[in-house]
Write a protein that binds this ligand. Structure first.
Ligand code: GLN
Length: 489
């Protein structure tokens, strides 16, 4: 059989098959991806750091392991890593000036796992500074462009990871999701993005933003690949006290092409009046496809606290961020201002010049919310509403196997359109944030191209029931053609 071209357009599982049959080597595959990066990344700008020499070395090693019949689903597969995940010996900036020169002395848990499985790291991807943003424009370095329309944002904060997968600059990528940062860019860039249950994947070596919300997950061209990557990075790690000791199933086994016997709920608060017509139409068509596949779709579900989720998030996430970001003081690592009058002056200037506007805004919001006299009114109240939101999801899952909702309220917006209006930017995540607040697993799957731009839906699952989420996503994907579209670059 002829090897399909171009190699960079392969999915993870297609590439793994060719590698296993020795029809392609990891070196060839890696070179094809690196060539693709050189061909398109001056337009996309998905990467902050390229690791070409390391990647070619890892590819040779993977070819050696394959020759010894070592098998693993990611052996020799080129992937890209969001620059918020620590990589030993490779600069990790979090999209921030303050970590411009930071080279971690250790690998994150997920990187250890990927390396054991023999993946090839082509580079570190661009992101909103410290993962705060929904467009990639808050990167201290440069914006990333949407492969479907270079004048538009790819979504954020995992902007580079989504754009890299969409444009063939990596076969898969890792992102992080605190309020939507995997799912929203996946949706706007036309790829699959999966945020696992809080506790499913270790956060060891993930630079902390909102510690009670952060979770690492895959961005891929399809659902099967998401299952493969998740299976590799999931599991207990004693170095993250919130990582759960729960068995990790063979996710690929739950990928069946029908939805018979499943009851899916559609929360009505996720279909507000005045909603974008293109998104609404794509959602309606997707729900009909799910019915055709045998699912029972219940449109009478209600999650009444949904309208409060954004406010709750913008108390809890900045509060946690203000504590987490206190460590960047110019003393221990990263950028350091040294020309000040004394230590305090240097610390202040380090933070003044090292952090961008959005990060400062979050630190101020969080510090205010946690301050004496305000704590009860803001932080404590937000935690109480968080409990309500979680309970409403629990109740919905009593009688439904999974929930289906939009991911982003609109398709990709123009670069520059929302940078000066933080509230508009925050609203990009209204449909994704409740899921983080409740700690649930959710996947974003492409379901249409209104006006030529991708949109997606999310499947939200019970805690640790990633298998059902993947099953719903997979059956839908296989019944449609959206996942086969590639941007015209
Ligand atoms: N856009 C949201 C924010 O700015 C979510 C970001 C994320 O998930 N990391 O906080």
């Amino acid at each position: 059989m002829p090897v399909p071209e171009p190699l960079y357009a392969l999915t993870v599982h297609e590439a793994a098959e060719l590698l296993a049959r020795r029809e392609v080597s990891s070196l060839e595959l890696t070179r094809a991806v690196l060539d693709r990066i050189h061909q398109v990344d001056d337009r996309i700008r998905a990467f902050l750091t390229l690791c070409e020499d390391e990647a070619l070395q890892q590819a040779r090693e993977a070819d050696g392991r394959l020759a010894r019949d070592e098998t693993s689903p990611l052996m020799g597969i080129p992937g890209a890593i969001k620059d918020v995940i620590c990589t030993k010996g490779i600069r990790t900036t979090c999209g921030s000036r303050i970590l411009d020169n930071f080279v971690p002395p250790f690998d994150a848990f997920v990187i250890e796992r990927l390396k054991e499985s023999g993946f090839v790291m082509v580079g570190k991807t661009n992101m909103d500074e410290f993962a705060m943003g929904s467009s990639g424009e808050n990167s201290a370095f440069h914006p990333t462009h949407n492969p479907w329309d270079l004048e538009r944002v790819p979504g954020g904060s995992s902007a580079g990871s989504a754009a890299a997968v969409a444009s063939g600059e990596a076969l898969f990528a890792l992102g992080s999701d605190t309020g939507g940062s995997i799912r929203q860019p996946a949706c706007l860039s036309g790829v699959v993005g999966f945020k696992p249950t809080y506790g499913r994947v270790s956060r060891f070596g993930l630079v902390a933003f909102g510690s009670s919300l952060d979770q690492i997950g895959p961005l891929t061209k399809g659902v099967r690949d998401a299952a493969i990557v998740l299976r590799c990075i999931a599991g207990h790690d004693p170095r993250d006290s919130t990582s759960a000791e729960v068995d990790v199933p063979e996710y690929e086994q739950s990928l069946v092409p029908d939805l018979r016997g499943l009851r899916l709920g559609v929360p009505r608060e996720y279909f507000p009046e005045g909603m974008d017509q293109g998104v609404r139409d794509a959602m309606e068509a997707a729900l009909r496809t799910m019915e055709d596949l045998g699912a029972e779709v219940d449109r009478e579900v209600s999650l009444p606290s949904t309208p409060h989720a954004l406010a709750v998030y913008y108390i809890i996430a900045p509060s946690e961020a203000s504590a987490n970001l206190a460590r960047y003081d110019g003393v221990k690592y990263g950028f350091s201002h040294t020309e000040g009058q004394d230590m305090w002056d240097n610390m202040e200037k380090t933070r003044q010049f090292g952090f961008g506007d959005e990060v400062k805004r979050r630190i101020m919001l969080g510090t205010y919310a946690l301050s004496a006299g305000y704590y009860d009114a803001y932080y404590l109240k937000a935690q109480k509403v968080r409990t309500l939101i979680r309970r409403e999801f629990d109740a919905a899952f009593q009688s439904h196997d999974a929930l289906v909702a939009p991911v982003s309220p609109t398709p990709a917006f123009k670069i520059g359109e929302k940078v000066d209006d933080p509230l508009q930017m925050y609203l990009s995540d209204v449909f994704t944030i409740p899921v983080n607040i409740a700690g649930l697993p959710a996947i974003s799957v492409p379901c249409g191209f209104p006006g030529g731009l991708p949109v997606g839906f999310q499947v939200i699952g019970k805690p640790f029931d990633e298998a059902t989420v993947l099953r719903v996503a997979y059956a839908y994907e296989q019944a449609t053609e959206w996942h086969k579209r590639r941007p015209p670059l």
